[in-house]
Design a protein around this ligand. Structure first.
Ligand code: GLA
Length: 728
């Protein structure tokens, strides 16, 4: 067992292959966090903490005149509240008698095989072979108020998940207005924080800064996890780099408002917590109600960021993503959005399919504009009825005719939204979020349907089933194109409005679960104006997410670089699009666009009829290459070899058995008389020899890793190279 309780020391240790996580039942039953880091066996790590009298750090009530026992400095697994801990609050609760307090003490624990699940929430899964569960029950010192801490342990993956269940067993209702899924107190706080920030069309830009005193936080109030701040954070030592140093990653398995907080205290200790954002969050805990907090996936690496990413990739790809496609090759698709926007007919799509089939493309995706009154983005959302007049045929006929051309058929929907100019809105104006007496704000001219309401979900479920039952539809792109505001659920009493935002997300998960259960063979691609909801929660339902609406290969390098810190390549929706690029006007070689899209699920998004014969030949080759490299790209380990600001952006895939490796390099800066660029490869077997397929040259693995590889550098902007190494 990876989880072990030491009766004498009162420690619970979790040992994974390379890491140890430890907690201890401390003074007066407080559950202490004593260690998380490189694997240590059999030591009670509490010796690192000194109990001392610290001015203005209140001692615990039950400690009598002992001044040394203060919750303000004790490293806790879940913080207490208003009983002497002045650091960032974890669970903030007001009990039925009006008192604000939480003073958690250990009651019991339980270790079982297999991974816990969370009803109605996405979470990593795993049977008794792969995972173990630790449950620790804590109780408030005075009230019948319980917090059960849940830990899922994947020994081989060096992954630990955390979540918690909050329950009030008092007669009187308690009110909770802040809750974290996990909190962790580090004894020292000399750390940097990585956050992944951005905007529409430039998601997950990497920012690293040193943590200072006080609270550093990122979060979202947009109702989605957001383009602006991804719910993934890394804490690391100041000297940590790709291949060196300590780092901790925290990925929130939640798609709504979140808050990640890192506080450096007066004593230079660090508290890190992740939870639902407390703004507009207020939960009534009537007697017996158990409130489940979403899961956080955690991992530690003692050998740099690269290793940490590989750990997350393996965990997400194999134990969070589900369904038929989680490990199988996705069809190479062509999406008509950037080819036609709203201006298409069924015949146009069939002609694209015909041309695409000749090049080896395997699926046509009909994007926005096929339903209701939808010739621009101001109308039609909500009316999921094919516009036969526009298509010139029924959806059934269109699907059949595309299939006759040899392609699978995929379709775009945006179920969570409604246009005011739609039949649905005319019939059910009250289904959209709106605050009483106020006109709701519009985003992309549309309103948000409240998925927290059963009637809304039922309508959408029926509407989506009707579309998917029309014909042989293999893929759905599930879009969501605005940030949410005006959150108000008329079915809830005023005092429960603080639950409406979370209810929306639970409703979304419920709908996604029903759809994926009914159509297990349909490939779902998540999307929110590109990567506005690129989070581990959504990946439980859709094994891939459209990474960004920015399809420019050069900007994508940066976006995909940031995305790679947490999310595996198998989840990154990436396409070759037209040039000049529609978002920024940049011109890049077709080859380079292909190389960049191959660091994702791969497809095309351009008007194929406008391509030259030469380009079409190149597309054929790209598809062959994609298929050839697929196993390596999908299952191999991913390494970042450069940072975005360098002259080249280089990344590498290495198969798990170290037999094969693919190095991808894009020159981002054209220079005259440029210095040579040598890149050191990673992850190869130093003792083996590898043949580079293009040149036929053979190199020693150690030479490629310690000496490096001299990249070609041709004249011209944005040249790119794929170097394929095979062990000889
Ligand atoms: C979003 C998506 C795009 C496209 C449009 C259609 O912006 O990210 O890929 O589907 O919507 O309106």
């Amino acid at each position: 067992m990876a989880i072990c309780y030491d009766e004498n020391a009162k420690t619970i240790s979790i040992d994974t292959e390379h890491t140890t996580y430890q907690m201890k039942i401390g003074p007066y039953g407080v559950l202490l966090h004593t260690y998380y880091g490189k694997r240590i066996s059999g030591e009670d790590m509490s010796y690192l903490f000194r109990y001392s009298d610290i001015g203005f750090s209140t001692a615990m009530g039950d400690a009598g005149m002992d001044r040394t026992v203060s919750l303000d400095t004790m490293p806790q697994e879940m913080p207490s509240f208003n009983v002497g801990d002045y650091r960032a609050e974890g669970i903030r609760v007001q009990h039925g008698d009006g008192s604000y307090a939480l003073d958690l003490r250990y009651v019991s624990h339980d270790i079982t095989r297999g991974k816990y699940s969370l009803k109605g929430l996405p979470a990593m899964y795993g049977g008794s072979e792969t995972a173990e569960t630790l449950k620790v029950v804590l109780k408030d010192r005075a009230k019948e108020f319980y917090v059960t801490l849940l830990y899922g342990v994947y020994e081989e993956l060096d992954i630990i998940t955390r979540a918690c269940l909050i329950e009030n067993r008092e007669e009187k209702t308690a009110v909770m207005d802040k809750a974290v899924s996990m909190s962790m107190d580090f004894l020292t706080g000399d750390m940097d924080i990585y956050t992944f920030n951005g905007r529409h069309e430039m998601e997950r830009e990497v920012e690293r800064r040193k943590l200072g005193r006080g609270i550093t936080s990122v979060g979202s109030l947009r109702g989605t996890s957001s383009h602006q701040h991804n719910p993934f954070v890394i804490l690391c030592s100041s000297d940590t780099e790709e291949e060196y140093g300590e780092c901790y990653g925290f990925s929130y398995v939640y798609s709504g408002n979140f808050l990640a907080e890192a506080e450096i205290s007066q004593r230079d200790q660090l508290r890190f917590a992740m939870g639902i954002h407390p703004s507009r969050f207020r939960i009534l805990l009537e007697k017996g109600r158990v409130f489940a907090m979403p899961e956080v996936i955690m991992s530690y690496s003692g050998s740099g960021l690269g290793r940490l990413s590989i750990q997350f990739h393996r965990a997400i790809r194999n134990y969070l993503c589900r369904g038929k496609y989680k490990n199988s090759r996705r069809p190479v698709l062509i999406n008509n959005w950037e080819a036609t926007y709203f201006d298409f007919t069924g015949e146009k799509l069939i002609s694209i399919a015909e041309e695409a089939a000749k090049l080896g493309i395997e699926m046509l995706v009909m994007d926005d504009g096929w339903f209701g009154k939808r010739n621009l983005d101001e109308s039609g959302l909500g009316d999921w009825i094919p516009n036969e007049e526009k298509l010139g045929m029924s959806l059934k006929e269109l699907v059949e005719r595309v299939r006759e051309k040899g392609l699978a058929f995929g379709i775009w929907i945006e179920p969570e939204m409604v246009s005011e100019d739609s039949l649905l809105y005319q019939e059910h104006p009250d289904w959209a979020f709106a605050l009483p007496g106020r006109t709701p704000g519009r985003g992309r001219c549309q309103l948000v349907l409240d998925l927290g309401r059963e009637c809304v979900r039922e309508y959408l479920y029926q509407a989506i089933c009707k579309i998917l039952d029309t014909g042989d539809i293999s893929y759905v792109k599930w879009d969501m194109n605005r940030s949410i505001c005006d959150v108000y659920n008329p079915e809830l009493p005023p005092e429960q409005q603080g639950e409406a935002g979370h209810k929306y997300i639970l409703g979304l998960y419920d709908l996604l679960e029903r759809i994926t259960a009914r159509y297990p063979d349909v490939l779902l691609e998540g999307c929110s104006g590109g990567g506005g909801r690129f989070d581990a929660g959504m990946l439980y339902y859709s094994p891939q997410i459209w990474c960004s609406d920015d399809t420019d290969a050069i900007e994508r390098l940066k976006i995909q670089y940031g995305t790679s810190f947490c999310y595996p390549v198998s989840t990154v929706g990436s396409h070759v699009s037209a040039c000049p690029n529609h978002q920024n006007g940049r011109i890049t070689p077709l080859h380079t666009r292909g190389v960049v899209a191959m660091a994702g699920t791969f497809g095309y998004e351009l008007d194929i009829s406008k391509m030259s014969d030469q380009d079409k030949e190149e597309v054929k080759e790209q598809i062959e290459d994609y298929k050839k490299y697929f196993d390596l790209v999908q299952d191999g380990d991913y390494y970042r070899l450069t940072k975005p600001e360098e002259d080249f952006t280089v990344w590498q895939f290495v198969s798990r058995d170290r037999e094969k490796s693919l190095v991808n390099a894009v020159m981002t800066s054209a220079k005259a008389n440029a210095p040579d660029y040598i890149i050191r490869l990673k992850g190869l077997d130093p003792e083996s020899r590898y043949k580079e397929e293009g040149s036929g040259k053979i190199y020693q693995g150690s030479a490629l890793m310690w000496g490096g590889y001299l990249l070609p550098r041709e004249i011209g902007e944005y040249q790119s190279y794929q170097l394929y190494f095979v062990r000889v």
